[in-house]
Design a protein. Structure first.
Length: 77
């Protein structure tokens, strides 16, 4: 297989190296990251949380939204 040489910044290399799976080449990682096969759909996460966990998360998010909204209102006033 033909190869190409790419120049990337140190920080981009570090990001790739951190996410690379054990035994995976950089080519395999880039292919995994950029192909649909490696990406996940929202439906891949369906059922990850139980109903109770989802309800708790939703309640916490609503609380956080209210706190943030109140903080914004205080800054404006």
């Amino acid at each position: 297989m033909a190869t190409k040489t790419l120049t990337i910044t140190e920080d981009a290399y570090s990001l790739l190296a951190e996410r690379k799976a054990e035994g995976e080449s950089f080519s395999e990682e880039i292919r995994r990251l950029l192909t649909k096969k490696g990406s996940k759909s929202i439906w891949d996460y369906f059922g990850v949380l139980s109903y109770e966990e989802g309800e708790t998360l939703l309640k916490d998010l609503k609380k956080m939204r209210e706190i943030n909204l109140n903080a914004v209102k205080e800054r404006i006033a």
